[in-house]
Design a binder for this molecule. Structure first.
Ligand code: MRU
Length: 321
């Protein structure tokens, strides 16, 4: 995978995505030609990460809009409303999804030619995401020093956004471009291993030193391996700064405080939800129990045991434990 490869693109009125469930073993692209394909890709985490989900949803709407181009305005809008409703039911926590759908729909509803307007808006959002990530990298890199060892969780890199820089990994990439010798420690991120599979893949592809650890090893890494900073992404930031991110982030924040290690959340404005006052109101996605019960297709939890599988933690270090 080239460094500049895009996670999601809109080509020939199709939504083209890397199927991230197959990484790192196989780099395969899916081409979606209907909204069900796009919705399924989001639900099953073929495409995942808050900004990537938002851009994918916007492209899904653009696809539906262009498929209906030439039809009466009401018909185009009705097709878009139905697609938006389907996309809104995919994943509840990342606010970027709802932000993106709302933005495309608002533009379409107020335009003479809703099909053209929806496609234009989706394209603008895609470009903005690439640009924003680069800026997150520039700002974040100022905080990084030569020799930093940065612990990150889940994947908040290119694969979690429209592409290239990502959010939490953007400061690392820019710092490396600036010649700072920083390295990454990637939490494995149970149960779906976004850290081990995706962050480590991205870092290896880009020639950035990366060490994978399981979440249970984070305290050890902080005390014994000289972790100097923690940087994570976010799925939704409430008006008071409470942050929801991949399950395990909350624990890392508590550990970072215990060890006196700076903890940063790197996210674009599209992740900030001013309508949600605190982390308590952020809807947390609970996923299927089989994600925990099975590992690589093999049962690892005995039948009859209860299983807890929240995909996100509602609060990090901005609110007391
Ligand atoms: O369940 P996922 O893989 O979509 O979870 C992703 C995360 O938790 C990321 O850290 C978050 O979306 C920020 S991505 C830039």
């Amino acid at each position: 995978m080239g460094v500049a490869m895009k996670t999601v693109e809109f080509r020939d009125a199709e939504v083209v995505l890397i199927d991230q469930t197959l990484l790192p073993g196989e780099l395969r692209f899916i081409r979606c030609r209907d909204i069900e394909c796009v919705a399924e890709a989001i639900e099953s985490l073929r495409v995942r990460g808050a900004p990537a989900i938002g851009v994918t949803a916007a492209f899904g709407l653009a696809m539906v809009a262009l498929q209906n181009r030439g039809e009466a305005r009401e018909k185009v809008l009705a097709a878009l409303e139905a697609a938006a409703e389907r996309l809104e039911r995919t994943r509840p926590t990342a606010v970027n999804l709802f932000w993106a759908i709302e933005r495309v729909m608002r533009r379409a509803r107020t335009a003479q030619d809703p099909a053209e307007a929806a496609a234009e808006e989706a394209d603008a959002m895609y470009r903005e995401d690439l640009e924003t990530n680069r800026k997150i990298g520039e700002h974040g890199a100022e905080l990084l020093r030569d020799g930093d060892r940065i612990l990150t969780h889940c994947n908040a890199g290119a694969l979690a956004t429209a592409g290239v820089y990502g959010t939490a990994l953007a400061p690392v990439k820019v710092a490396r471009e600036q010649g700072k010798r920083v390295e990454v420690y990637a939490d494995e991120t149970r149960p779906l291993l976004q850290g081990a599979r995706l962050t480590a893949f991205e870092m290896v592809q880009e020639g950035i030193p990366v060490t994978v650890l399981t979440e249970g090893m984070a305290a050890f890494a902080m005390r014994e391996e000289g972790i100097t900073k923690v940087i994570v992404g976010a799925d939704r930031i409430a008006a008071n700064g409470d942050t929801a991110n991949k399950i395990g982030t909350y624990g890392l924040a508590v550990l970072a405080r215990e060890h006196g290690i700076p903890f940063y959340v790197a996210a674009p404005l599209s992740t900030i939800d001013r309508a949600t006052p605190t982390g308590e109101e952020i809807p947390i996605e609970f996923r299927d129990r089989t994600e925990v019960e099975f590992f690589n297709g093999r049962r690892v939890v005995p039948e009859g045991a209860g299983v807890l599988n929240p995909a996100f933690a509602p609060r990090t270090n901005t609110s007391p434990g």
